[in-house]
Write a protein that binds this ligand. Sequence first.
Ligand SMILES: Cc1cc2nc3c(=O)[nH]c(=O)nc-3n(C[C@H](O)[C@H](O)[C@H](O)COP(=O)(O)OP(=O)(O)OC[C@H]3O[C@@H](n4cnc5c(N)ncnc54)[C@H](O)[C@@H]3O)c2cc1C
Length: 286
Amino acid sequence: MKAPRFSYVRPESLDSVLELLAEHEGEARILAGGQSLMPTLNMRLSEPRLLIDINRIDALKGISLEDGTVRIGALARHAEVLESPLAAEHLPLIADAMPHVAHVAVRNRGTFGGSIALADPAAELPACAVALNASFVLASTRGRRTVPARSFFHGLYETELAEDELLVEARIPAIAPGYRSAFMEFARRHGDFALAGVCCHARVEGCVLRDVSLACFGGEDRPRFAAAASAAAEGRAWSEEVKDAVKAALGGELEPEGTFHASAETRVHLAQVLAARAVDRMLAAG
Ligand SMILES: Cc1cc2nc3c(=O)[nH]c(=O)nc-3n(C[C@H](O)[C@H](O)[C@H](O)COP(=O)(O)OP(=O)(O)OC[C@H]3O[C@@H](n4cnc5c(N)ncnc54)[C@H](O)[C@@H]3O)c2cc1C
Protein backbone atom coordinates (compact mmCIF):
# COMPACT_ATOMS: atom_id res chain seq x y z
CA MET A 1 0.00 0.00 0.00
CA LYS A 2 0.95 3.60 -0.39
CA ALA A 3 1.05 6.15 2.43
CA PRO A 4 -1.87 8.58 2.77
CA ARG A 5 -1.25 12.18 1.65
CA PHE A 6 0.80 14.28 4.04
CA SER A 7 2.76 17.52 4.05
CA TYR A 8 6.48 17.46 4.73
CA VAL A 9 8.83 20.00 6.32
CA ARG A 10 12.53 19.81 7.10
CA PRO A 11 13.30 22.60 9.59
CA GLU A 12 16.84 23.88 10.14
CA SER A 13 16.55 24.64 13.87
CA LEU A 14 15.33 23.00 17.03
CA ASP A 15 13.11 26.00 17.81
CA SER A 16 11.36 25.61 14.45
CA VAL A 17 10.67 21.93 15.18
CA LEU A 18 9.14 22.81 18.55
CA GLU A 19 7.04 25.62 17.07
CA LEU A 20 5.73 23.29 14.34
CA LEU A 21 4.88 20.63 16.93
CA ALA A 22 3.00 23.22 19.00
CA GLU A 23 1.19 24.64 15.96
CA HIS A 24 0.13 21.22 14.58
CA GLU A 25 -0.37 19.46 17.92
CA GLY A 26 -1.83 16.00 17.38
CA GLU A 27 -1.61 16.21 13.58
CA ALA A 28 2.16 16.12 13.11
CA ARG A 29 4.70 13.31 13.44
CA ILE A 30 8.44 13.52 13.85
CA LEU A 31 10.39 11.75 11.10
CA ALA A 32 13.77 10.51 12.38
CA GLY A 33 15.18 7.38 10.68
CA GLY A 34 11.77 6.52 9.23
CA GLN A 35 12.37 2.79 9.73
CA SER A 36 9.22 2.31 11.78
CA LEU A 37 7.21 5.39 10.81
CA MET A 38 7.26 4.86 7.04
CA PRO A 39 6.00 1.24 7.15
CA THR A 40 3.29 2.40 9.56
CA LEU A 41 2.17 5.06 7.09
CA ASN A 42 2.32 2.66 4.17
CA MET A 43 0.11 0.25 6.08
CA ARG A 44 -2.17 3.19 6.93
CA LEU A 45 -1.96 2.48 10.63
CA SER A 46 -1.29 6.18 11.11
CA GLU A 47 -2.41 9.19 9.05
CA PRO A 48 -0.58 12.33 10.21
CA ARG A 49 -1.19 15.51 8.20
CA LEU A 50 2.42 16.68 8.58
CA LEU A 51 5.82 14.98 8.83
CA ILE A 52 8.52 17.04 10.55
CA ASP A 53 11.90 15.75 9.38
CA ILE A 54 14.46 16.38 12.15
CA ASN A 55 17.49 15.08 10.26
CA ARG A 56 19.07 18.53 9.81
CA ILE A 57 19.02 19.44 13.50
CA ASP A 58 22.64 19.24 14.69
CA ALA A 59 21.63 19.75 18.34
CA LEU A 60 20.03 16.27 18.26
CA LYS A 61 23.15 14.50 17.00
CA GLY A 62 26.21 12.92 18.58
CA ILE A 63 27.36 10.93 21.59
CA SER A 64 29.42 12.52 24.37
CA LEU A 65 30.56 12.01 27.96
CA GLU A 66 30.13 14.70 30.62
CA ASP A 67 30.62 14.27 34.37
CA GLY A 68 30.07 10.51 34.34
CA THR A 69 26.98 10.70 32.14
CA VAL A 70 26.81 9.64 28.51
CA ARG A 71 24.59 11.83 26.35
CA ILE A 72 23.16 10.12 23.28
CA GLY A 73 21.46 12.57 20.94
CA ALA A 74 18.04 11.49 19.70
CA LEU A 75 19.36 11.42 16.14
CA ALA A 76 22.35 9.16 16.85
CA ARG A 77 21.95 6.27 14.40
CA HIS A 78 22.04 2.72 15.75
CA ALA A 79 25.16 2.11 13.59
CA GLU A 80 26.87 5.13 15.15
CA VAL A 81 26.20 3.86 18.67
CA LEU A 82 27.33 0.36 17.67
CA GLU A 83 30.66 1.71 16.39
CA SER A 84 31.19 4.28 19.15
CA PRO A 85 34.33 3.65 21.26
CA LEU A 86 32.73 5.87 23.92
CA ALA A 87 29.64 3.65 24.12
CA ALA A 88 31.81 0.51 24.12
CA GLU A 89 33.84 1.79 27.08
CA HIS A 90 31.16 3.53 29.13
CA LEU A 91 27.92 1.75 28.16
CA PRO A 92 28.91 -1.91 27.67
CA LEU A 93 25.29 -3.04 28.13
CA ILE A 94 24.15 -0.96 25.16
CA ALA A 95 27.21 -2.00 23.14
CA ASP A 96 26.27 -5.62 23.91
CA ALA A 97 22.62 -5.08 22.92
CA MET A 98 23.11 -3.06 19.74
CA PRO A 99 24.07 -5.94 17.40
CA HIS A 100 20.65 -7.45 18.24
CA VAL A 101 18.78 -4.34 17.04
CA ALA A 102 17.48 -5.16 13.56
CA HIS A 103 19.88 -5.53 10.60
CA VAL A 104 22.63 -3.40 9.08
CA ALA A 105 20.35 -1.49 6.68
CA VAL A 106 17.90 -0.59 9.45
CA ARG A 107 20.73 0.30 11.85
CA ASN A 108 22.19 2.70 9.28
CA ARG A 109 19.04 4.85 9.37
CA GLY A 110 17.23 4.02 12.62
CA THR A 111 17.94 6.33 15.54
CA PHE A 112 18.33 5.97 19.28
CA GLY A 113 15.60 8.54 19.89
CA GLY A 114 13.28 6.87 17.38
CA SER A 115 13.54 3.57 19.21
CA ILE A 116 12.87 5.19 22.59
CA ALA A 117 9.97 7.33 21.31
CA LEU A 118 8.38 4.41 19.46
CA ALA A 119 8.42 2.28 22.64
CA ASP A 120 8.05 -1.08 20.99
CA PRO A 121 7.81 -3.47 23.95
CA ALA A 122 10.17 -5.94 22.24
CA ALA A 123 12.85 -3.35 21.49
CA GLU A 124 16.26 -3.67 23.10
CA LEU A 125 17.20 -0.03 23.77
CA PRO A 126 14.24 0.97 25.97
CA ALA A 127 15.02 -2.01 28.23
CA CYS A 128 18.71 -1.07 28.41
CA ALA A 129 17.67 2.47 29.40
CA VAL A 130 15.45 1.07 32.16
CA ALA A 131 18.18 -1.25 33.48
CA LEU A 132 20.77 1.56 33.51
CA ASN A 133 18.37 4.03 35.15
CA ALA A 134 18.77 6.47 32.27
CA SER A 135 16.69 9.58 31.80
CA PHE A 136 15.32 11.35 28.74
CA VAL A 137 15.25 15.07 27.98
CA LEU A 138 11.97 16.19 26.41
CA ALA A 139 11.49 19.65 24.88
CA SER A 140 8.54 21.73 23.74
CA THR A 141 7.75 25.44 23.40
CA ARG A 142 6.68 25.17 27.06
CA GLY A 143 10.23 24.30 28.13
CA ARG A 144 12.33 21.22 28.91
CA ARG A 145 11.87 18.41 31.37
CA THR A 146 13.87 15.31 32.27
CA VAL A 147 11.99 12.04 32.73
CA PRO A 148 13.46 8.82 34.21
CA ALA A 149 13.33 5.87 31.80
CA ARG A 150 11.60 3.86 34.52
CA SER A 151 8.54 6.12 34.31
CA PHE A 152 8.74 7.08 30.62
CA PHE A 153 7.16 3.95 29.11
CA HIS A 154 3.41 3.85 29.77
CA GLY A 155 2.32 0.87 27.69
CA LEU A 156 2.19 -0.53 24.18
CA TYR A 157 3.77 2.23 22.02
CA GLU A 158 2.75 4.72 24.71
CA THR A 159 5.14 7.04 26.48
CA GLU A 160 5.35 10.14 28.61
CA LEU A 161 5.91 12.25 25.43
CA ALA A 162 3.11 14.79 24.94
CA GLU A 163 1.98 15.48 21.38
CA ASP A 164 3.91 18.75 21.25
CA GLU A 165 7.10 17.31 22.74
CA LEU A 166 10.33 16.19 21.12
CA LEU A 167 12.77 13.68 22.62
CA VAL A 168 16.07 15.56 22.54
CA GLU A 169 18.54 13.15 24.13
CA ALA A 170 19.10 10.26 26.50
CA ARG A 171 21.33 10.71 29.54
CA ILE A 172 22.79 7.45 30.76
CA PRO A 173 25.11 6.95 33.75
CA ALA A 174 28.49 5.70 32.55
CA ILE A 175 29.47 2.36 34.03
CA ALA A 176 31.27 2.89 37.35
CA PRO A 177 34.32 0.95 38.58
CA GLY A 178 33.36 -2.52 39.85
CA TYR A 179 30.15 -2.67 37.84
CA ARG A 180 29.45 -5.15 35.06
CA SER A 181 26.56 -5.78 32.73
CA ALA A 182 25.22 -8.43 30.38
CA PHE A 183 22.52 -8.55 27.72
CA MET A 184 20.69 -11.65 26.50
CA GLU A 185 17.68 -12.15 24.27
CA PHE A 186 15.83 -14.91 22.49
CA ALA A 187 14.54 -14.13 19.00
CA ARG A 188 13.43 -16.51 16.31
CA ARG A 189 16.07 -15.12 13.93
CA HIS A 190 18.98 -12.81 14.70
CA GLY A 191 17.86 -9.22 14.19
CA ASP A 192 14.19 -9.93 14.80
CA PHE A 193 12.36 -8.37 17.70
CA ALA A 194 12.90 -10.56 20.78
CA LEU A 195 10.35 -12.98 22.22
CA ALA A 196 12.07 -12.35 25.55
CA GLY A 197 15.14 -10.48 26.67
CA VAL A 198 17.01 -9.52 29.82
CA CYS A 199 19.41 -6.70 30.70
CA CYS A 200 21.51 -7.13 33.80
CA HIS A 201 23.69 -4.56 35.55
CA ALA A 202 25.31 -4.83 38.99
CA ARG A 203 28.37 -4.15 41.10
CA VAL A 204 30.30 -7.36 41.46
CA GLU A 205 32.43 -8.12 44.54
CA GLY A 206 33.90 -11.59 44.02
CA CYS A 207 30.70 -13.44 43.26
CA VAL A 208 28.49 -11.18 45.42
CA LEU A 209 26.09 -8.92 43.53
CA ARG A 210 25.21 -5.42 44.74
CA ASP A 211 23.06 -2.62 43.37
CA VAL A 212 21.45 -5.22 41.11
CA SER A 213 19.32 -4.02 38.22
CA LEU A 214 17.50 -6.57 36.08
CA ALA A 215 15.20 -5.38 33.30
CA CYS A 216 13.05 -7.65 31.13
CA PHE A 217 11.43 -7.00 27.77
CA GLY A 218 9.61 -8.79 24.99
CA GLY A 219 6.62 -10.22 26.80
CA GLU A 220 4.80 -7.35 28.45
CA ASP A 221 3.51 -4.08 27.02
CA ARG A 222 6.63 -2.15 28.11
CA PRO A 223 10.12 -2.85 29.45
CA ARG A 224 10.04 -3.75 33.13
CA PHE A 225 12.53 -3.02 35.89
CA ALA A 226 12.29 -6.41 37.59
CA ALA A 227 12.31 -5.10 41.15
CA ALA A 228 11.59 -8.40 42.93
CA ALA A 229 14.16 -10.38 40.91
CA SER A 230 16.78 -7.66 41.43
CA ALA A 231 16.09 -7.71 45.19
CA ALA A 232 16.35 -11.51 45.26
CA ALA A 233 19.97 -11.29 44.10
CA GLU A 234 20.93 -8.20 46.11
CA GLY A 235 23.93 -8.60 48.41
CA ARG A 236 24.10 -12.35 47.89
CA ALA A 237 26.79 -14.64 46.51
CA TRP A 238 25.58 -16.04 43.20
CA SER A 239 24.65 -19.70 43.74
CA GLU A 240 22.07 -22.21 42.58
CA GLU A 241 19.88 -21.12 45.49
CA VAL A 242 20.04 -17.44 44.52
CA LYS A 243 19.49 -18.35 40.86
CA ASP A 244 16.31 -20.21 41.86
CA ALA A 245 15.21 -17.23 43.98
CA VAL A 246 15.67 -14.86 41.02
CA LYS A 247 13.73 -17.20 38.74
CA ALA A 248 10.92 -17.52 41.28
CA ALA A 249 10.75 -13.75 41.71
CA LEU A 250 10.55 -13.27 37.94
CA GLY A 251 7.79 -15.86 37.79
CA GLY A 252 5.90 -13.78 40.35
CA GLU A 253 6.33 -10.35 38.80
CA LEU A 254 6.24 -10.89 35.02
CA GLU A 255 2.78 -10.82 33.43
CA PRO A 256 3.41 -11.37 29.72
CA GLU A 257 0.71 -11.80 27.10
CA GLY A 258 0.58 -15.13 25.29
CA THR A 259 0.64 -14.64 21.51
CA PHE A 260 0.79 -16.66 18.31
CA HIS A 261 4.60 -16.68 18.65
CA ALA A 262 4.90 -17.79 22.28
CA SER A 263 2.61 -18.51 25.19
CA ALA A 264 2.81 -16.47 28.39
CA GLU A 265 4.39 -19.48 30.17
CA THR A 266 7.06 -19.80 27.47
CA ARG A 267 7.92 -16.11 27.72
CA VAL A 268 8.28 -16.29 31.52
CA HIS A 269 10.41 -19.42 31.20
CA LEU A 270 12.63 -17.72 28.61
CA ALA A 271 13.07 -14.66 30.84
CA GLN A 272 14.02 -16.88 33.79
CA VAL A 273 16.60 -18.83 31.80
CA LEU A 274 18.01 -15.68 30.18
CA ALA A 275 18.30 -13.87 33.54
CA ALA A 276 20.28 -16.73 35.06
CA ARG A 277 22.52 -16.93 32.01
CA ALA A 278 23.04 -13.17 31.96
CA VAL A 279 24.32 -13.20 35.54
CA ASP A 280 26.52 -16.24 34.81
CA ARG A 281 27.97 -14.39 31.85
CA MET A 282 28.47 -11.20 33.81
CA LEU A 283 30.42 -13.05 36.51
CA ALA A 284 32.45 -15.03 33.97
CA ALA A 285 33.53 -11.80 32.27
CA GLY A 286 35.53 -10.66 35.31
C1 LIG B 1 12.93 -4.93 9.40
C2 LIG B 1 13.05 -4.19 10.69
C3 LIG B 1 13.54 -4.86 11.81
C4 LIG B 1 13.65 -4.19 13.02
N1 LIG B 1 14.13 -4.87 14.09
C5 LIG B 1 14.28 -4.22 15.28
C6 LIG B 1 14.81 -4.89 16.42
O1 LIG B 1 15.16 -6.07 16.38
N2 LIG B 1 14.90 -4.19 17.58
C7 LIG B 1 14.54 -2.86 17.65
O2 LIG B 1 14.67 -2.26 18.72
N3 LIG B 1 14.05 -2.20 16.60
C8 LIG B 1 13.92 -2.85 15.41
N4 LIG B 1 13.42 -2.16 14.33
C9 LIG B 1 13.01 -0.75 14.51
C10 LIG B 1 14.22 0.16 14.31
O3 LIG B 1 15.09 0.05 15.42
C11 LIG B 1 13.77 1.62 14.18
O4 LIG B 1 14.85 2.34 13.75
C12 LIG B 1 13.25 2.31 15.42
O5 LIG B 1 12.23 1.62 16.02
C13 LIG B 1 12.67 3.66 15.11
O6 LIG B 1 13.71 4.53 14.86
P1 LIG B 1 13.61 5.54 13.66
O7 LIG B 1 14.72 6.51 13.86
O8 LIG B 1 13.58 4.81 12.38
O9 LIG B 1 12.23 6.29 13.97
P2 LIG B 1 11.03 6.71 13.02
O10 LIG B 1 10.54 5.53 12.27
O11 LIG B 1 11.42 7.90 12.23
O12 LIG B 1 9.98 7.13 14.14
C14 LIG B 1 9.36 6.18 14.97
C15 LIG B 1 8.34 6.89 15.88
O13 LIG B 1 9.02 7.67 16.85
C16 LIG B 1 8.70 9.06 16.69
N5 LIG B 1 9.96 9.80 16.90
C17 LIG B 1 11.14 9.55 16.32
N6 LIG B 1 12.09 10.34 16.82
C18 LIG B 1 11.49 11.13 17.75
C19 LIG B 1 11.96 12.14 18.63
N7 LIG B 1 13.24 12.52 18.66
N8 LIG B 1 11.07 12.74 19.46
C20 LIG B 1 9.75 12.35 19.45
N9 LIG B 1 9.27 11.38 18.65
C21 LIG B 1 10.13 10.78 17.80
C22 LIG B 1 8.13 9.20 15.29
O14 LIG B 1 7.23 10.29 15.18
C23 LIG B 1 7.44 7.86 15.13
O15 LIG B 1 6.18 7.89 15.76
C24 LIG B 1 13.27 -2.81 13.11
C25 LIG B 1 12.79 -2.13 11.98
C26 LIG B 1 12.68 -2.80 10.78
C27 LIG B 1 12.16 -2.05 9.59
